[in-house]
Design a protein around this ligand. Structure first.
Ligand code: ADP
Ligand code: MG
Length: 698
């Protein structure tokens, strides 16, 4: 059996493979493209294509695909085989540089939000050489960006790469001001922690709600939930352990650094965390991870649920986006340094993030807004929908001291002067960890915790990178003009703290009183739902910022707004229709059938023994009959709302109607159905209950 180091990355055309299969000259040229974004010579592209194809064919690949991330949120691929007919009737395997660099998939069936009329449906995919090609299902997958012929982004990778470039540009300006001339580029890194649920596949297939919507739309509370806290970090059950082992192996072969796995808070909930890497690669890897999690589950007779809220009453699933900025020389810009000068630089980058998160709370919030995530954020679950930052007591004390020119008691007890005094090392204190903060500093990185488990991490990182690039730009504009750099720096850090300290909150984010304080005293935004959050992207300050850094064009912003809202509307509409289907075809017939059995029993008992009261049967029949009527009436009301929704053509209005009406009607229908479930014999209930689903995988 091969050891992990022997098979790690075996399905990836990585640096090792490039070195081994390319000539020195071609390798050097390709490296220049990867590291510095230099244009790729067509002859080099041809040589790389041939080496890639030979390697892929040797590993059993028959096809290649440009692998991309359209705005559907999942990945897309169209397979072409390598075969080319030879004159003697045989085939040879061919792949050219042109095919490597550029593809032309028909773009008409992907959402474009009006960016591309169907009559000019052509789109093109362009190779992202910084993310390695890999083999999946006998297909060589080439990570690509996806654009319209006019050059507008139709995917998530293009703006992500642009946001990384924007941050790089501004961060370099700052580093130069600190006299740093050897750094060539600044990249952001991300380690996304992925939560998920595992349920038994046979049970899953009996539930239309899980199959069509990824979450349960009905289900009475089981006698036991997560109240004993006995699942978190608990012993991993054998079936789950076998799944995780298999999953790790698949991910490792693809060069994905799967590192940590454990049980989460809710029963049947688990987490997987990789080691962090450059943001665009981390994004590709997270998309692949989600796909492979589902594929491997199927092999184990399981289904991996990535929905943000598969079960009411227990925790939902999120994704923690651990984020930092680092130089190509290996310096993490969010690590306090050893010298006064390095410390000042650290504080400036820290302030840039504080300013960014405060100025663009709305963009961060809307970057994670989906119908699924609305069940977590702002719905009695952590983190809340209000964006705030946790810095910890130590760092907050340092910032306080700077703001007030006061002595910092944790250090040398002198007034902190930037560029003169060394900061204390901020210990990564695990006891001091705040688990409720949406945006927490954890020693040398920030953890953005609002992402939903099924979200692509691209959206959150696009906004985060762009917002931080903007802070850095404001700083660089001012500092480059300053006569006295150190004084200007000190003043600017002070000003940032004064202006933006409202976003810093080290307390408990679950607390009801926090929401009141945040919104009433501090003026922070509380954008509870997707229809509340999304329109903020169209505000002038946001459009100006995003377009000035060339992250999006104005047309792209509008198209994304439309697509995201449309997705919200469609998602909830499918949920409503699924509920109606289940009610009419499964729930009502089951309740009727059980009531009938009870009625038969009642009649039989009364016939057998004269004068029997049969109180239980009578009461149950009575309540179930009432519930039958209530269910039918609630279903009718939901149906009415869905019909009305059909007549609304404006997507903004439709989303508001869903928020204000449809979701309420769905909740009302659920309540009566769940009560009926508690009164009906399990053998009559048409699909597996919460007990079975949550505790069924041993
Ligand atoms: P924590 O206990 O704070 O959650 P871990 O060490 O478990 O920290 O890391 C959580 C995630 O953060 C992992 O994916 C890890 O690779 C990632 N991470 C660690 N350092 C950085 C960094 N500098 N930049 C981005 N992500 C990081
Ligand atoms: Mg964490």
């Amino acid at each position: 059996m091969k050891t992990v180091p022997e098979y790690f990355g075996s399905l990836v055309f990585d640096d090792r493979m490039m070195k081994a299969t390319l000539s020195d000259e071609v390798y050097r040229s390709l490296k220049k493209t990867i590291d510095e974004g230099a244009r790729l010579d067509p002859a080099v592209a041809d040589a790389v294509a041939v080496a890639m194809k030979d390697w892929a064919v040797a590993h059993g690949a028959t096809h290649f695909t440009h692998w991309f991330q359209p705005l559907t949120g999942i990945t897309a691929e169209k397979h072409d085989s390598f075969i080319t007919p030879a004159p003697d009737g045989r085939v040879i395997m061919e792949f050219s540089g042109k095919e490597l660099i550029k593809g032309e998939p028909d773009a008409s069936s992907f959402p474009s939000g009006g960016l591309r009329a169907t009559f000019e449906a052509r789109g093109y995919t362009a190779w992202d050489p910084t993310s390695y090609a890999f083999i999946k299902d006998k297909t060589l997958c080439i990570p690509t960006a996806f654009c319209s012929y006019g050059g507008e982004a139709l995917d998530k990778k293009t703006p992500l790469l642009r946001s990384m470039e924007a941050l790089n540009k501004q961060a370099l300006r700052i580093l130069r001001l600190f006299g740093n001339t050897d750094v060539k580029c600044v990249r952001t890194s991300v380690g996304p922690e992925q939560e998920y649920f595992l349920v038994d596949k046979a049970m899953y297939e009996k539930r239309k709600d899980l199959m069509f919507t990824g979450r349960t739309l009905f289900g009475a509370k089981p006698p036991k939930g997560q109240e004993l806290d006995d699942h978190y970090f608990g012993v991993i059950p054998p079936r789950v352990a076998a799944y995780m082992a298999d999953l790790n192996e698949e991910l490792w072969k693809l060069g994905i650094l799967a590192k940590t796995e454990h049980n989460e808070v809710a029963p049947a909930q688990h987490e997987l965390a990789p080691i962090y890497t450059t943001t665009n690669i981390a994004t590709d890897h997270n998309q692949l991870t989600m796909e492979i999690m589902q594929k491997v589950a199927s092999r184990h007779g399981l289904v991996c649920l990535l929905h943000e809220k598969p079960f009411a009453g227990v925790n939902g699933s999120g994704k923690h986006n651990n984020w930092s900025m680092a130089t190509d020389t290996g310096v993490n810009l969010l690590t306090p340094g050893d010298t006064p000068y390095e410390n000042a630089q650290f504080l400036l980058f820290l302030c840039a993030v504080i300013k960014a998160v405060d100025d663009y709370q709305d963009l961060l919030r809307l970057s994670v807004a989906t119908a699924g995530n609305d069940h977590r954020l702002g719905a009695n679950e952590a983190p809340p929908a209000v964006v705030s930052m946790f810095l910890g007591d130590e760092l907050t004390a340092v910032l306080d001291a700077i703001e007030n020119d006061a002595p910092y008691s944790g250090g040398e007890k002198t007034v902190m002067k930037l560029g003169v005094h060394v900061l204390p090392r901020f210990t990564r204190d695990n006891t001091d960890r705040n688990r409720t903060s949406p945006f927490a500093f954890t020693g040398n990185k920030f953890e953005f915790r609002m992402l939903g488990s099924s979200n692509s991490i691209a959206c959150a990182n696009i906004m985060l990178n762009a917002a931080v690039a903007e802070s850095l730009k404001v700083y660089a504009d001012r500092l480059e003009k300053a006569d006295d750099f150190e004084t200007a720096l000190h003043d600017m850090i002070k000003k940032t703290i004064k202006d933006h300290k409202r976003i810093i909150f080290n307390g408990n984010g679950y607390d009801e009183s926090w929401i009141a304080e945040a919104t009433e005293k501090r003026g922070l935004l509380n954008l509870r739902t997707t229809p509340d959050a999304l329109p903020c992207i169209l505000e002038k300050k946001n459009v100006d910022m995003l377009t000035s850094h060339k992250v999006f064009t104005e047309a792209e912003i509008h198209s994304r707004y439309e697509i995201t809202l449309e997705n919200y509307c469609k998602t909830v509409n499918i949920e409503a229709l699924t509920m109606l289907d289940m009610v009419h075809k499964e729930i009502l017939p089951a309740v009727e059938s059980y009531t009938r059995t009870l009625a038969d029993t009642l009649t039989a008992k009364k016939a057998a023994v004269a004068g029997l009261a049969c109180k239980h049967e009578t009461a149950t029949i009575e309540r179930l009959s009432q519930l039958t009527d209530e269910i039918a009436a609630a279903a009718e009301r939901l149906n009415g709302a869905v019909m009305k929704l059909k007549t609304v053509t404006d997507v903004t209005k439709a989303s508001e109607m869903i928020r204000d009406t449809v979701l309420q009607k769905m909740a009302e229908l659920r309540v009566v159905c769940d009560e009926a479930e508690t009164l009906t014999a399990e053998s009559f209930w048409p699909y597996p209950t919460y007990d079975a689903l949550l505790f069924g995988v041993k």
